[in-house]
Structures are given as structure tokens and as C-alpha cells.
Design a protein around this ligand. Structure first.
Ligand code: SAM
Length: 268
């Protein structure tokens, strides 16, 4: 059966379209999202409304951001949804989430994300973290493992440090390819990201944390001393109590924040 016959829409690869069709998985994701009227509910990439319909069912209003104009048109005509949806046609990567803020309400953001843009999209959303209560995303399972990794593991990297700086990361469930039409080539998983109201570690300049992590993880097999020699001396490492002979995956988020803040001090 072709995708078109099955869905009434030809899935577009360039928009990362893999539509959820497994009602059991859909119910579990909606249960995790826990839709309510006390938050501004926002879906990224509603597609054919697999999550949109059950989420909208129990609430008054749902904001959606969808890039594909054909799908936007379908949503505008959807008999059950059209009165509840606030539809923004466009690229979620460029979307200003501040425009959705309402007095006294934080955002709950969710979506079965197009996998090709999921990492930059999460980085974009982290810049709005103080206004977000939580996020639930379907991602490649490998990305969920990276988000939730502990120091010392292979999956621990730049994305881990940046995500865990902003958010508590909770893997929710694993989803096999057969739960989608068309099936993606990789395993998937749902993750919950809960931005900290009070961050455990305060970084003075987030750009420096980005710089330190991307430089540190540039060559995973090299030591911190080697990767970061342009930024830190052995004295800096000693002052922070960080062993410079360790590899980049062997130090904690708080140690990365300490390095970024040390750089901030050095740059005056
Ligand atoms: N939510 C639907 C589901 O679970 O069946 C569709 C998920 S599909 C993996 C990703 C959706 O995101 C598609 O509807 C696609 O058109 C949309 N999309 C792709 N790139 C986007 C972007 N940059 N901004 C907003 N939506 C995008």
C-alpha cells in the first residue's frame, strides 16, 4: 500500500515526514504530555494530526507550527480542530516562541519532530527555556540516549551538556519504526525535557559554554588539555580541580560550567 493511499497525503522526505499511526503509542504520548488549559499548549509539526486531535480533545486551544502548506490547509479545514487551533505556517527553527506567551502561563511544547532539524530546534527552544514548563519530543533513539547520557559514557557529548544545563532530561518511551507511516530507518524514543526553574549551575555567558563544549568534544579521543589548550592553561585546570588528562566525556556538566565561567573571568 502506498503512503498516499493510506494517508491521503504523500509523505515528504525533505520535511522529515513520518506519521504516527500506532494508537497505543499515541495514547501513551498524550498521557505523558498531560494537556491542560493552565499552559499555552504548542505542537511543532502537527502533520496529519495524529497527536493534535487527542491533545486538542481535552483543551480549549492548541497552537501549532507547521512548515508544509498542504498540511496547514488540511488543518484549517479539519472539522473537529479548526475552531481550536491557532495555526502558524512556517519554520519552527525561526519561530519566536515569546509571541505565544500569556500572562501567568508557561508553554508546554511537544512534537514528533522532523529528525533532520531536531538538534538545532532543541537549541533554539533552550533560548526560551525560562518560559517553558516542559517539552515532550519524539526523536531518534540515539539522540535521546545522548540527551540523557551520564559522564563517562559514549553517548555523553556537547548535546548532553547543553541540554542538561537547561533541563532535567527524562526518557519516556521507546518507539519502533512500525509505529509510523512511512517507517523511519532508525529506532525512535520520546523524551521529556523539563527546564530548571532554578538552574543547579549558573553560567555567566551561555556562548562560552557552547564554545567550551564544542571545542572540548571536537576530538573525543584527545585529552581536555589537548583540545582546550588555546583556552585554558594547566594552572586554570588546577585552580578548578579538573584533571586535564581526562577525555572530554569524563567531566560533569558542572565542571563544564566552571570552565565556561573561568573563561568569562579571563576575558574580563
Ligand atoms: N505530528 C505528526 C505525527 O506525529 O504523525 C507529524 C510528524 S512528522 C515526523 C514531522 C512534521 O513536522 C511534519 O508534519 C512536517 O511537515 C513538519 N515540519 C518539518 N519541518 C518543519 C519545520 N522546520 N517547522 C515546522 N514543522 C516542520
Amino acid at each position: 500500500m502506498s503512503n498516499k493511499v493510506h494517508l491521503g497525503h504523500t509523505a515528504r522526505k525533505r520535511f522529515g515526514q513520518n506519521f504516527l499511526t500506532d494508537s497505543n503509542i499515541i495514547n501513551r504520548i498524550v498521557g505523558a504530555i498531560a494537556p491542560d488549559n493552565d499552559h499555552v499548549m504548542v505542537e511543532i509539526g502537527p502533520g496529519l494530526a495524529a497527536l493534535t486531535e487527542p491533545v486538542a480533545e481535552g483543551i480549549d486551544k492548541l497552537t501549532v507550527i507547521e512548515l508544509d502548506r498542504d498540511l496547514v490547509e488540511r488543518l484549517q479545514q479539519h472539522p473537529l480542530l479548526k475552531d481550536k487551533l491557532e495555526i502558524h505556517q512556517g519554520d519552527a527553527l525561526r519561530f519566536d516562541f515569546n509571541q505565544l506567551l500569556q500572562e501567568g502561563k508557561k508553554l508546554k511544547v511537544f512534537g514528533n519532530l522532523p529528525y533532520n532539524i531536531s538538534t538545532p530546534l532543541m537549541f533554539h527552544l533552550f533560548t526560551f527555556a525560562e518560559h517553558i514548563a516542559n517539552m515532550h519530543f519524539m526523536l531518534q533513539k540515539e539522540v535521546v540516549l545522548r540527551l540523557s547520557a551520564a559522564p563517562g559514557s559514549k553517548a555523553y557529548g556537547r548535546l548532553t551538556v547543553m541540554a542538561q544545563y537547561y533541563c532535567q532530561v527524562v526518557p519516556v518511551l521507546e518507539v519502533p519504526p512500525e509505529s509510523f507511516t512511512p517507517p523511519p530507518k532508525v529506532d525512535s524514543a520520546v523524551v521529556r525535557l523539563v527546564p530548571y526553574a532554578q538552574k543547579p549551575w549558573q553560567c555567566h555567558d551561555i556562548k562560552l559554554l557552547e564554545q567550551v563544549t564544542s571545542t572540548a568534544f571536537n576530538m573525543r579521543r584527545k585529552t581536555l588539555r589537548n583540545n582546550l589548550k588555546q583556552l585554558f592553561s594547566d594552572n586554570d585546570f588546577a585552580a578548578l580541580g579538573i584533571d586535564p588528562t581526562l577525555r572530554p566525556e569524563q567531566i560533569s556538566v558542572s565542571q563544564y560550567v566552571a570552565l565556561a565561567n573561568c573563561l568569562y573571568g579571563k576575558q574580563g
